[in-house]
Design a protein around this ligand. Structure first.
Ligand code: HEM
Length: 317
C-alpha cells in the first residue's frame, strides 16, 4: 500500500507570527500578463521555502522569515481556484480630509531578519528567480528603531496579541475551511511630516496616540469628542475585541527628507482591519478623523492573502 495513502496535507501557516526583527524588506510586485508569467510565478512561489532555507542557513541565529501574500487580481490565475471569501482589492477609504489610497501590486514578500544582508540576499535571489514575470511596484527597507519606537517617537506594537491570541486573531479558521491557516494582510506605507509633528508639545502628541511617550503607559479613552489613534483602532462588538497582528517598521532616508512608517497588519478577518481604517480616516463620530493622519500620508495601500505554507509549496509541483 502507498505509504502516503490517506495522509492529509498538514495545515501549516506561514510564519505570520515571526518575532520582531531588526530589519525587514516590504516588497510588492505586479505580475505581467500571459501564461509564461503565470507559470514562472507559480514556480517562483513554489520555491520560496527552498530559497528561504538556502539563505537562512548562512546564519541560523538571524531569524530569517518570509511571508508571501497574493492579491485578488491574480489569485485565481496563480492558484487555479477561487480565493478566500473576504479577499478583494484594497478598499479606498475617503474621509473628509484624508484618503487611504489603493495602489497596484499583486504579490507581497514580507522579508524579516535580524541581519539586513540576509533580507537583501533573499530578495536578490527571489527577483532572479522571478525574472521578467514581475515588476516592482514598491520596495521599502525597514529598520528597528530605538525601543521599537516609530519615527514619531512612540513605542509601536505594544497592544499586539500574544500567546494563543495570536493564531486566534490572525489565522482563518472553520469559517472558510479551504483557507484555514491562512491570513489576510493589509500593507500601507505612510510618509510623516516630522517637522509639523515636532512642533506639537509632547502632551499633544500623547493625546493623538493615546499613550505616554516616555514610559508607554496607556491614557484613558476619551468619553466624547476627539478620540486617540489607540481608541479609533480598537474594534469591539458583542463578541468582544477583535485584534490584528502588526509588525510596523520605520523607514527613511534623512538625506532626502523621507521619514515614514510601513504599516502591515495580519488578520483572521479582513473586515477588522478595514473597520480600523474607516474609523481612522472617516472618524468616530464622522468628521473627527485620527489626528495621526494630519502628520502621516499613505502612499501605498494593498490587500493580500497569505495562504498556508503547504499551498505555496504545492505550486512548485
Ligand atoms: C502612520 C502609521 C501608524 C503609526 C505611526 C501607528 C502607531 C501606533 C502606536 C504608537 C500605537 C500605540 C502602541 C501600540 O499598541 O502599538 C498604535 C496602536 C495601534 N494601531 Fe497604529 N499606527 C499606524 C497606523 C495604523 C493603522 C493603519 C492601523 C490599522 C488599520 C493601526 C492599528 C493599530 C492598533 C490595532 C493599535 C492597538 C490599539 C489598542 O488596542 O490599544 N495603526 N499604533
Amino acid at each position: 500500500m502507498d505509504a502516503d495513502a490517506g495522509r492529509r496535507v498538514p495545515i501549516e501557516p506561514q510564519k505570520v507570527d515571526a518575532p520582531l526583527t531588526r530589519s525587514s524588506i516590504f516588497l510588492i510586485l505586479s505580475v505581467a500578463d500571459g501564461d509564461a508569467a503565470t507559470e514562472a510565478v507559480r514556480d517562483g512561489l513554489g520555491s520560496v521555502s527552498d530559497l528561504t532555507k538556502n539563505v537562512a542557513f548562512r546564519d541560523l541565529g538571524a531569524s530569517l522569515a518570509i511571508t508571501v501574500g497574493i492579491g485578488s487580481r491574480v489569485w485565481e490565475r496563480i492558484m487555479g481556484a477561487p480565493g478566500p471569501r473576504e479577499l478583494h482589492p484594497f478598499r479606498v477609504v475617503a474621509g473628509a480630509v484624508h484618503t487611504a489610497v489603493a495602489t497596484p501590486g499583486d504579490l507581497l514578500f514580507h522579508i524579516r531578519s535580524d541581519r539586513y544582508d540576509l533580507c537583501f540576499e533573499f530578495e536578490r535571489q527571489l527577483l532572479d528567480t522571478l525574472g521578467d514575470s514581475v515588476t516592482v511596484a514598491d520596495e521599502t527597507v525597514g529598520f528597528r528603531y530605538f525601543d521599537t519606537r516609530d519615527l514619531l517617537g512612540f513605542v509601536d506594537g505594544t497592544a499586539n496579541p500574544v500567546g494563543p491570541a495570536v493564531p486566534a486573531s490572525t489565522l482563518v479558521g472553520d469559517e472558510d475551511p479551504a483557507f484555514a491557516g491562512g491570513s489576510y494582510v493589509v500593507a500601507q506605507k505612510y510618509l510623516h511630516d516630522t517637522a509639523a509633528w515636532a512642533s506639537l508639545t509632547t502632551e499633544q502628541q500623547e493625546a493623538i496616540i493615546g499613550r505616554r511617550k516616555a514610559d508607554n503607559t496607556e491614557l484613558d479613552d476619551a468619553v466624547s469628542g476627539q478620540k486617540s489613534h489607540k481608541t479609533l483602532s480598537t474594534i469591539e462588538d458583542d463578541e468582544g475585541e477583535h485584534d490584528i497582528l502588526r509588525d510596523n517598521m520605520p523607514f527613511g532616508t534623512p538625506g532626502s527628507g523621507a521619514f515614514g512608517t510601513y504599516f502591515i497588519g495580519y488578520s483572521r478577518h479582513l473586515w477588522v482591519t478595514e473597520r480600523m481604517l474607516e474609523r481612522m480616516f472617516i472618524g468616530d463620530p464622522p468628521g473627527l478623523h485620527d489626528r495621526l493622519l494630519d502628520f502621516s500620508t499613505p502612499v501605498v495601500g494593498c490587500t493580500f492573502f497569505a495562504p498556508t505554507a503547504g499551498m505555496l509549496d504545492a505550486l512548485g509541483g
